[in-house]
Design a protein around this ligand. Structure first.
Ligand code: SAM
Ligand code: SF4
Length: 329
């Protein structure tokens, strides 16, 4: 079996694919208020192209794929793409990240298409706060989406919440209790700076502080990371429950040392890090009729150039060549 090992010995087994830059929400920490100028459809990878590239990645050792965006459920027929990726040789785990607003109708279809893990973003349990952060309505739709995901039978349902001081940090325990009541897991994400998202240090709340707050009521037991293809979160278990509490500590404690992730943008560029610039244009190679060997070699070359760790937050805020929606958070 071939593998995608970089100069620092990291093996890349986990591919995140952004299938669209569009989204039906406008989360203020992610999207400009008026949305982004969407690229013409012809600039996006087609499902055939995504399948073809995914087959190449899986032959290079990728075993887990996460579908993300933008909002992946706004792209029509997403469950058909999922079914095609599940059927690829070597793909052991297909996961999806969604804002949950359209999930009620799609949950069972995604499950039937072979999606095993689903992450649903929800930053507040309060409807008015949901509107404040997403600039849209839809809180009740997300709650119904979560119920549908639970009913559909996914191996893992996780609620993902970006915690912002002064906005929703008072909901940490409520989120844990919400997860406990539904027997799902919850992950708290450190707020990250992106150009134009008005990130302020004063709004940042670190993993240590979040954990401390939760432990005032629920002792957290570290969960050993023995999954075959681990994700980036630090995971803890709550006693006598099926609920895990995870933290994405991108800012306070980067986890670049054991990064196993690479990203395919909606317009077909390979990015070796969420914070990296540009990326190899695999779509152009495909559309110019490049052979499989040429595409494989380009992927390998990009992985070999991957940096050891991402830069500090000052640099992250000024780097214009990034956007969560196109890279897929
Ligand atoms: N639309 C889907 C969703 O919201 O889950 C998938 C794409 S979204 C870009 C993926 C994840 O990135 C979400 O959990 C979102 O909360 C997170 N995200 C976006 N901007 C962020 C930021 N500035 N800091 C931390 N997480 C962020
Ligand atoms: Fe859309 Fe997800 Fe970004 Fe919110 S975080 S604007 S739901 S892509």
């Amino acid at each position: 079996m071939k593998s995608l090992v970089d100069r620092f010995g990291r093996d890349h087994t986990y591919l995140r694919i952004s299938v669209t830059e569009r989204c039906n929400l406008r989360c203020t920490y992610c999207m400009p208020q008026h949305g982004i100028e969407p690229k013409p459809r012809s600039e996006l990878l087609t499902y055939d192209e995504i399948e073809r590239l995914s087959a190449i990645f899986s032959s290079l050792g990728v075993r887990k794929i996460r579908i993300t965006g933008g909002e992946p459920l706004v792209r029509s027929g997403i469950e058909q793409l999922c079914g095609r990726l599940t059927a690829l040789n070597g793909i052991e785990m297909l996961a999806i990240s969604t804002n949950g607003t359209l999930l009620e109708k799609k949950a069972k279809l995604l499950y039937n298409a072979g999606v095993k893990n689903i992450n649903i973003s929800l930053d507040s349990l309060q409807e008015d706060r949901f509107k404040t952060i997403t600039l849209r309505s839809g809180h009740a739709d997300v709650l119904r989406g979560i119920e549908s995901a639970i009913d559909a039978g996914f191996q893992s349902v996780k609620i993902n919440s970006v915690i912002i001081r002064g906005f929703n940090d008072d909901e940490l325990l409520n989120f844990v209790e919400f997860a406990l009541a539904l027997s799902v897991s919850v992950r708290f994400i450190e707020y990250m700076p992106f150009p134009g998202n008005n990130w302020m240090e004063s709004q940042f709340i670190s993993f240590y502080e979040m954990k401390h707050t939760i432990e005032s009521k629920y002792p957290l037991e570290p969960v050993s990371r023995n999954e075959a293809i681990p994700g980036p979160a630090k995971e803890y278990k709550i006693n006598n429950s099926n609920t895990t509490v995870g933290f994405i500590t991108t800012m306070s404690e980067h986890f670049c040392g054991d990064c196993n992730r690479i990203r395919l943008t909606a317009d077909g560029r390979l990015r070796t890090c969420l914070f990296a610039n540009d990326g190899v244009d695999l779509k152009r190679l495909l559309r110019n009729g490049a052979s499989r060997d040429v595409i494989e070699n380009s992927i390998r070359a990009a992985v070999l150039l991957k940096w050891e760790k991402h830069p500090g937050h000052e640099e992250l805020m000024t780097n214009q060549d990034r956007g969560m929606t196109s890279i897929g958070g």
